[in-house]
Design a protein around this ligand. Sequence first.
Ligand SMILES: O=C(O)CCC(=O)C(=O)O
Ligand SMILES: [Fe+2]
Length: 354
Amino acid sequence: MQKSSSDPQAIPDSYPPCFRPNTQQYSPQIVDKLDDRENEEDPLPVIDLRSIDLEKLEDACTDWGIFRLINHEIPLNLLSELHEHAARIFEMGFESKQQLFASIPTSALSYFWGTPALTPAGVALYKDDNHQKDKGTVNYNWVEGLNVPLTQPPHLQLDGHPLIRDLRILLEEYGGHQARVAKSIFDAILPNLKLCDENERYLSPSTGHLRVYRYPRCFYDKPTKVWGMEAHTDSSVLTILNQYEVGGLQIHSEKDNAWIDVKPIPNTLLVHLGDMMQAISDDKYKSVKHRVKLHRESERISIGYFVFPEHDYLIRSSNYRPFTYSDFRVQVQQDVKTLGTKVGLSRFKSNKDF
Ligand SMILES: O=C(O)CCC(=O)C(=O)O
Ligand SMILES: [Fe+2]
């Protein structure tokens, strides 16, 4: 099981103050407790990267927008080392983490908490307070994370911080694998997309970045909802996720109009199709809606790889007016800030006049 320290004081000190127990200010409830369903089979399609079944892949993209990937050839010890290393960093006192990361360029790595929404510079983007619906509602996603762009020269100015330098080295190796996996999947999907020639511009490795998340244990149980990450779709072309030992991810099945628990299965990855894939495919494939629930018993660590089109590449499709990923990102940032939520692709529908 993932480490959830036996010293009850040790963990809360590492949490952002309002995530700690005995804080009177908020009284959120765990939306769903760690339950037996996580041990049941889930119905997600499984794709074998060593020999991709193209028909199955097409069905997974059309019907689910997410699939489980096996035989990805990422060394198991790389994954476990990464998780251990990340856990060691997250376990540091909150104030020490803040201090440490303040001295590191955000182009190498940035620390955030309470929201997965970041500015392009890697700084946490909080909703405007006046858009919170209810007083006493938790305004935060119960998450802290590291954002790691993969384009920087290795080990940039990190020699004074061996723990961070070593994490970045591991993440670069992991990022290399993820870029390989993403390209193989995209190449397999490509014949179904009927794109113009500039295929490589739709999936640009230089846009790749990693997010390492910790979802702290949630200590409260009064009836206000709180999520590790609230329901959303990813903006990416592809997201490749590793949830390690502790589950919590749920996806929304449009077909059944139901939330489904996605079980953590060792040595498998989850591939999500994101908003850019939905636009590129002219809505043939759907960007899958998902969220993360919390646990009282265990904290959870997950690592996501996100890859995008070249930021200034004009995406043309019949359902959307031409737009670039940069246009999309600006709109998302504006909506999160002013409306408190991402509106997403509907902003760019050709028959809408937003
Ligand atoms: O931690 C997870 O399982 C999901 C993270 C996620 O949805 C995201 O980063 O967009
Ligand atoms: Fe996501």
